[in-house]
Write a protein of this length. Structure first.
Length: 204
């Protein structure tokens, strides 16, 4: 069985993380990075999660998991490292039709979380279908070397130029040609930084 690759819009949506350890901390941070409203249910928290709670960045329920905790959530992650708790989380989510991921338990998941390279709006997701998370991490490290932090700035600039083209060029074929020209010049330059003055004159 394969997995259908998809990027979810979780901005402003309630997401639940069950667990308060290091793995839960990583999952919480990933959700916060995309603007999710995060609730953590756990009797204990890492120092990082405690700080986020005190600052009001996340909501913390200091108690064991309850089935009703999943109600109203767009997505739930089980990171408690307790099989009985994970089984309860997965069961509650299935009952309410809510997407669930149980850490290190692919058979209990509706989706698996890929290794991700993030450079601003650019996201490159790597999945081995749960067969080898270690290989996915190795590939991510290689891609991080290939696509450095400068790509966040490059992509933001390309987005502005694309919108400028959309506003000034009516012909769809010509719009496509201009956009392809921009990307081709950026890729040909290596970092993309040096081509911006010349390409910036396009339709100016």
């Amino acid at each position: 069985m394969g997995y259908y690759p998809i990027f979810l819009d979780l901005d402003g949506k309630r997401c639940l993380v069950v667990g308060g350890g290091e793995e839960a901390t990583r999952k919480v941070q990933g959700l916060l990075d995309v603007g999710a409203t995060v609730v953590v249910v756990s009797s204990t928290l890492t120092a990082t999660l405690s700080v986020l709670t005190r600052r009001g960045v996340i909501q913390h329920e200091a108690r064991p998991f309850r089935a009703e905790d999943v109600v109203g959530c767009a997505l739930v992650i089980g990171a408690a490292d307790e099989p009985a708790v994970h089984a309860a989380v997965a069961g509650a989510c299935r009952e309410h039709g809510i997407l669930v991921n149980i850490v290190d338990t692919p058979d209990a998941c509706d989706f698996i979380a890929p290794a991700v390279v993030r450079r601003g709006a650019l996201q490159i997701a790597i999945s081995t279908g749960g067969n080898s998370p270690t290989l996915a991490k190795r590939i991510r490290a290689q891609l991080e070397q290939m696509y450095g932090p400068e790509y966040a700035e490059i992509l933001a600039w390309l987005g502005l130029r694309r919108e400028h083209i959309r506003q000034h060029v009516v012909d769809p074929a010509l719009r496509k040609a201009y956009c392809e020209q921009l990307v081709d010049q950026v890729l040909a330059s290596g970092s993309g930084v040096n081509v911006r003055p010349s390409v910036g004159n396009l339709l100016a």
